[in-house]
Design a protein around this ligand. Structure first.
Ligand code: NDP
Ligand code: HSE
Length: 437
């Protein structure tokens, strides 16, 4: 059979990994795909670096537009990142009748609805396994392996950089900025690392998983996003003392009032498998009504793990490109005319448990004032520790875990607690999930 010709846009971390994996496993891959898959043309801004990687095995140019217009290219692999040029290139490639493979979660979370509609109209595929959790085949699992289920919730560690930072801070007492630099050197971080540490990248990935899990359009703008940049070593240690570990989790859940779509640091019981996922590894728990909980684990970033997903998509596209588009797996798992418009639940309506840390004056009556406010807002306390003040200090930390309660009540209680004259500064609030049901 005629080989599949691939045009690669961007030969940086993931593009470089994709080029090497395709070359190294060429024979295995063609045994699987039923035909050879070869990168015939590479476009990158940095020609010298691109040429040094490609070493004469493909044509190297600096004009990505020439690749999407090239009649000899069957599949375009977009690995340049960003949401502007990448969007335009992808829409042009689709318009030119090319299938597209991408790892670009920012692009899909922001413009996926437009891109999938264009692909549907043209009868081409847009494959994006690498966009969520690097090398972990979570898209295929959600879209195909769990197709019998009504998905109830998905919760995952889906940003390798922030998990790496949290692990290094907890295990080695390392400083935030130093570990972030390391993650950048290792090729894990986004071009703009605030996407990693402020939870934006995780929210992009969660948006994609929610769309596939629940059969809804991409609704990134409605996601609640909070990152790890304000976490302190004290909170990490207090959580440990209470039997929990803090992870940046993306959580999406079907509730009777709407779909939760939220990314934030979360206390998880230390005994749970997912609490022990460290470093750049990712893990996603999916709860289906028939199967119960399932967990998917693996490297969430880096050149070859991500390339593993890109190349798997190439094989998938190669296998099905001659099939009638009607008989392919729908991009978002559900038939495009069957997407549902269930609303995203505002964060204030979300029900979860909380870790609260307060800096207070160490004097009688303080605790009573605080617990009265909590009781008034129907917030019940599950556990509490009060630290001894350091020598010569008159302030101390109180740490409380609450039972599940609605977030808007916690917001009101925090406002009232912060207004007490005996409370110093802001209350630290971290959400807590047992992940047991
Ligand atoms: P890199 O920055 O390492 O690679 C991008 C490459 O594309 C660079 O060589 C860049 O050149 C080039 N490029 C940028 N714009 C253009 C353009 N207009 N025309 C031609 N070449 C261009 O990024 P990554 O490989 O890390 O990431 C690529 C994509 O994969 C992103 O969407 C990212 O979110 C996603 N991803 C990354 C993962 C990872 O572990 N790194 C994991 C999963 C997904 P120059 O450097 O000169 O700008
Ligand atoms: N910056 C991302 C991460 C890359 O750290 O998870 C993988 O999507």
């Amino acid at each position: 059979m005629k080989p599949i010709n691939v045009g690669l846009l961007g030969i940086g971390t993931v593009g470089g990994g994709t080029f090497s994996v395709l070359e190294r496993n060429r024979a295995e891959i063609s045994r699987r795909a039923g035909r050879a898959i070869a990168i015939t043309v590479v476009a990158d801004k940095d020609l010298a670096r691109a040429n040094s990687i490609v070493a004469g095995r493909a044509r190297v140019i600096d004009d990505a537009w020439a690749v999407v217009a090239d009649p000899g290219v069957d599949i375009v692999v977009e690995l340049i990142g960003g949401t502007k040029v990448a969007r335009d290139l992808m829409l042009k490639a689709i318009d030119n009748g090319k299938h597209v493979v991408t790892a670009n979660k920012a692009l899909l979370a922001n413009h996926g609805n437009e891109i999938f509609a264009a692909a549907q109209k043209k009868g081409v595929m847009v494959a994006f396994e690498a966009a969520v959790a690097g090398g972990v085949p979570i898209i295929k699992s959600l879209r195909e392996g769990l197709a019998a289920n009504r998905i109830e919730w998905i919760a995952g560690i889906i940003n390798g950089t922030s998990n790496f930072i949290l692990s290094e801070m907890r295990e080695k007492g390392a400083g935030f900025d130093d570990v972030l630099k390391q993650a950048q050197q290792l090729g894990y971080a986004e071009a703009d690392p605030t996407f990693d540490i402020e939870g934006i990248d995780a929210a992009h990935k969660l948006t994609i998983m929610a769309a596939i899990g629940f059969g809804i359009p991409m609704q990134f703008a409605a996601a609640y996003t909070e990152g790890i940049s304000k976490l302190t070593r004290d909170d990490i240690q207090y959580a440990e003392q209470l039997g929990y570990r803090i992870k940046l989790l993306g959580i999406t859940r079907r509730t009777p009032n709407g779909i939760e779509l939220r990314v934030h640091p979360t206390l998880i019981p230390a005994k749970r498998l997912i609490a022990n996922v460290e470093g750049v590894m990712n893990a996603i728990l999916v709860k289906g009504d028939a199967v119960g909980q399932t967990m998917y684990y693996g490297a969430g970033a880096g050149a070859e793990p991500t390339a593993s997903a890109v190349v798997a998509d190439l094989v998938d596209v190669a296998r099905t490109m001659t099939a009638d588009p009607e008989h392919r797996v729908p991009h978002l798992a559900f038939q495009p005319d069957q997407l549902s418009d269930i609303a995203i639940l505002p964060m204030g309506e979300v029900v979860t448990a909380y870790y609260l840390r307060l800096r207070v004056l160490d004097k009688p009556g303080v605790l009573a004032d605080i617990t009265r406010i909590l009781a008034d807002m129907e917030i019940s306390i599950d556990a509490m520790i009060q630290k001894e003040p350091h020598e010569g200090e008159d302030q101390t930390d109180i740490i409380m875990l609450t039972h599940r309660t609605v977030e808007k009540n916690v917001n009101t209680a925090i406002g009232r607690i912060e207004a007490l004259p005996v409370v110093a500064g802001k209350v630290t609030r971290i959400r807590l999930e047992e992940l047991d049901k």
